[in-house]
Design a protein around this ligand. Structure first.
Ligand code: ZN
Length: 618
């Protein structure tokens, strides 16, 4: 997933505070494991619900196990049956525990006779945390309703009863019925030529963790972008999306060249309406992506490199628990940089690495000590600190350090062997380290000590002498920014005419938290940042202009916040407004109008900003 290049929004994703043995799931994989899921779903747009039958194939581990325990959230269970080898059914007793705020309801199914399959008939709630239902008015083309899932981290349980833990992998197939003229896609092999007859079938033959279970449905067109890739999007978006993502096949070939074959068959992309809360989500065979990366010049397609990279780091080799999530996100951010470098050049890859490193340097000191660690102690991590840029940017920085110390050739060989060794498995940080030690660190002695490795993985802050790429262009921007802030260089004299997206991001990122109003007005008068269609630049501009007290930008900021539900681009603008009583009142009025178009996760995040602003100051 690409959540947040520079800002910590972890609270929304997972309650790490409850991490104990197996943290965020009631599943008992030492008793029984789900090996295959057969789904039969009906998409009911008017009632905003899925009517489902989930049949789980079971591998009983403990001969004495009395029950199958599953994760659910807000599901209405109609019946549960055991299914024998001949397909005969028998009703089973079950209890649905009262809902835990973070984990949902534990479903205990009495099954002492250990049936080979259990069949659950159920329906989802209109407020399912893992689904968003959009009326036609909230789509680009406004012709049909749209729905999509976001299962990571622990939201699959809100639309399928299952063992919702990344440690457990299963294959799945699905039959989905939908209204005619609606296309349904899933995180499985999709057929671009499938008729829109309301009757779809899917097969995911590879074992995946539950957070990669995904579905979407709407007025979706398709355009091929390569021999094994296509773009799916609303009809008015699909052409621009196909142009923006025209390099997809080259990206796949680059990653294959580095890390071995792409093992999933097809790599398709679904562009969602702007309310999608993330940059992208690496659902196997069908990445879900925000439309905010379609800017016309491919400058933000590293989100696609990122999601594609997850086909190796994350989907093929998976973090076994949310505490180990850096194994997904840190490795992926590193691989993303390598794909960007191969396709768009070292300058851009270095700029992106520097942007994230500088942002991490700024943010990491403000985090609690435990949250600064790549592999935090699961106890004592507050929910606010769970998934931050530490997993992404400290993780990838560690891998760039390994590459620098051992040389690219050795490190590439190592990483390829790591993916092969752990393919189709979910692993812990300790397993990663146990493989790293003999196969890289000790294989080439004298390049990096084990203490240095431990410092990266278990230490706080950023290790001393962590290598940073050079960027003469960023250095020049640092000088220009300093001169501008000191008043010796007027905004009109900034050499910004040819700055790319990343260079503007870098210029704006390093402005003071509260810049001078006159300077912000000067900047806008020359460079017309207010109203920019580039949301990465827009977010950074509005945050600083609002902090400076520039009320002239408020309406454009409101438009940005209303149009975009992507957490990372929207929540910081709310936070900027929330710093003053007048700004807070304005942001609350914007939210009242925007709320119905937001994903449940975005609503939760914005409401948390307001709650913090209203809380009595300590
Ligand atoms: Zn990711």
């Amino acid at each position: 997933m690409r959540v947040l290049p520079t800002l910590a929004l972890g609270a929304l994703l997972l309650p790490l505070s409850v991490l104990a043995s197996e943290p965020n799931s009631y599943a008992q994989p030492d008793q029984v494991v789900v090996t295959h899921l057969d789904l039969d779903l009906k998409i009911d747009f008017p009632h905003r619900q899925l009517d489902g039958v989930a049949t789980l194939k079971l591998d009983w581990k403990n001969p004495q196990a009395p029950a199958l325990v599953l994760d659910t959230r807000d599901l209405k269970i109609a019946s549960i049956d055991a299914v024998d080898a001949k397909g005969r059914t028998r009703a089973l007793k079950y209890t649905l525990a009262p809902a835990d705020k973070e984990l949902g309801s534990k479903l205990t199914i009495e099954a002492p006779k250990h049936p080979v399959q259990v069949r659950i008939t159920y329906a989802t709630s209109p407020d399912a945390s893992g689904l968003q239902w959009l009326p036609p008015a909230q789509t680009a083309d406004k012709r049909a309703p749209f729905m999509f899932s976001q299962s990571e981290s622990i939201h699959a349980r809100s639309w399928v009863p299952l063992q919702d833990s990344p440690a457990i992998r299963f294959t799945y197939d699905a039959h989905v019925s939908a209204p005619k003229d609606i296309r349904v896609v899933m995180s499985a092999l999709n057929d671009a030529r499938h008729p829109l007859d309301g009757d779809f079938r899917f097969d995911q033959p590879h074992p995946i963790p539950s957070y990669l279970l995904a579905i979407a449905a709407g007025d979706i067109a398709v355009k091929e972008t390569g021999p094994r890739s296509a773009v799916y999007a609303e009809p008015s978006v699909v052409e621009a999306a196909a142009r923006e993502f025209a390099d997809t096949e080259k990206m796949i070939e680059t990653a294959e060249h580095l890390y071995g074959p792409y093992r999933w068959g097809r790599y398709d992309l679904l562009v969602l309406p702007p309310s999608f809360p993330y940059g992208g989500m690496e659902n196997p065979d069908m990445t879900f992506a925000t439309p905010t990366i379609i800017v016309g010049d491919k400058s933000l397609v590293s989100v696609i490199s990122h999601e594609l990279a997850h086909s190796w780091s994350g989907n093929l080799v998976t973090a076994a628990s949310w505490r180990d999530i850096w194994l997904n996100e840190g490795f992926t951010t590193y691989v993303q940089g390598r794909i960007t470098e191969a396709l768009y050049g070292k300058t851009l890859a270095d700029e992106e690495a520097l942007l994230s490193a500088r942002a991490l340097e700024k943010s990491i000191g403000r985090m609690p000590a435990n949250a600064q660690k790549l592999a935090p102690d699961p106890r004592g991590v507050g929910a606010d600190d769970a998934l931050s840029d530490v997993a992404y940017d400290k993780g990838s920085w560690f891998l760039r350090t390994l590459e620098q110390k051992f040389g690219r050739e050795h490190f590439d060989t190592y990483l390829k062997s790591y993916f092969d060794h752990f393919a189709w498995h979910s692993i812990t940080t300790e397993q990663m380290l146990a493989y790293l030690k003999p196969n890289l660190i000790e294989k080439y002695p004298g390049r990096m000590s084990w203490d240095e490795v431990q410092d990266w993985v278990h230490g706080t802050g950023i290790p001393k002498n962590a290598p940073l790429p050079d960027s003469p262009r960023f250095d020049a921007i640092d000088k220009e920014r300093s001169a501008f802030l000191a008043g010796s260089l007027p905004a009109a004299k900034l050499d910004a005419k040819d700055w790319n997206t990343q260079e503007w991001m870098y210029f704006l990122d390093r402005l003071p938290d509260v810049p001078k109003l006159g300077q912000m007005q000067q900047l806008d008068a020359t460079w017309h940042l207010t109203g920019t269609p580039n949301a990465e630049i827009g977010m950074r501009w509005y945050v600083h202009a609002i902090a400076a007290g520039d009320k002239a930008v408020w309406p454009a900021a409101a438009e940005h916040m209303t149009r975009i539900g992507r957490l990372y681009l929207t929540v910081p603008v709310y936070k900027a407004f929330a710093r003053t009583p007048q700004g807070l009142a304005y942001a609350e009025a914007v939210y009242a109008k925007a709320r119905s178009g937001y994903h449940p996760l975005t609503r939760q995040a914005v409401e948390a900003v307001f709650a913090a602003a209203h809380a009595p100051k300590k």
